[in-house]
Design a protein around this ligand. Structure first.
Ligand SMILES: Cc1cc2nc3c(=O)[nH]c(=O)nc-3n(C[C@H](O)[C@H](O)[C@H](O)COP(=O)(O)O)c2cc1C
Length: 212
């Protein structure tokens, strides 16, 4: 398999300093909206990178469920590998791989748990089967077989019957509060445009252009 031939030029557009809003969340919202409209599969999918105690990074895809001036929210299991890593080191990075639009957004920041009320609010709108799965799956642990998971699912299904499925104690959201957000737009002949917003001590954002 020859992978060397796979390349293309990025010609969809450019980014100019004068077109950038002062607020990176405003730019992000526009790009997220365009990603949704582009027909991209899983347009809210993002990669979350965390680091373990030995400095070993690991990454996984999660779905962005909320974004506001505070940060980027995703939901997961609070005993998962990512959660254990975040508990010891809250520094994380996010990546939105919107390459059909010749774009990527990178975020560096710190993850904090969202409060239980916010998690419960989101949990309540999930499909019932997803709610039950959250109770049944000890995410990231070793299991003997798929049957173990199905048995556990049957158990929690029986436990809750027709009742509302409550928020599991080990399930909830993280909000990633960014100190840096980089917007990358592909350019012709590898002369891409990159702008990085860096949060300043006064809360304002400094915008710098980075070489591609
Ligand atoms: C498209 C896609 C969306 C996903 N969304 C989530 C999510 O929102 N939350 C989550 O915990 N895992 C999600 N996963 C699974 C994670 O990638 C990962 O397998 C899981 O969270 C366990 O990661 P960990 O062992 O590093 O904690 C998703 C996977 C894919 C491919």
């Amino acid at each position: 398999m020859n992978l060397e031939q796979f390349r293309r030029d990025y010609l969809q557009g450019g980014l100019r300093r004068n077109d950038l809003p002062n607020d990176p969340f405003a730019l992000f919202a526009g790009w997220q909206q365009q990603a949704i409209q582009s027909g991209l599969l899983d347009p809210t999918a993002m990669v979350v990178a965390s680091v373990d105690a030995a400095g070993q990074p690991s990454q996984r895809i999660v779905l962005l469920k909320n974004v506001d001036e505070q940060g980027f929210v995703f939901y997961t299991n609070y005993a998962s590998r990512k959660a254990q890593e975040i508990a010891a080191n809250a520094k994380v990075a996010l990546l939105f791989p919107w390459h059909v639009m010749e774009r990527q957004v990178r975020v560096s920041g710190e993850a904090t748990k969202v409060d239980a009320a916010e998690s419960a609010h989101y949990f309540a709108v999930r499909p019932r089967e997803s709610q039950l799965a959250a109770w049944a799956s000890p995410q990231s642990t070793t299991i003997e077989s798929r049957q173990v998971l199905l048995d556990k699912l049957a158990e929690v299904r029986g436990q809750f019957g027709d009742a509302e499925v409550p928020l599991p104690p080990l399930w909830g959201g993280y909000r990633v509060i960014p100190h840096e957000i980089e917007f990358w737009q592909g350019g012709g002949n590898r002369l891409h445009d990159r702008f990085c917003y860096r949060r300043q001590p006064d809360g304002n954002w400094l915008i710098v252009r980075l070489a591609p």
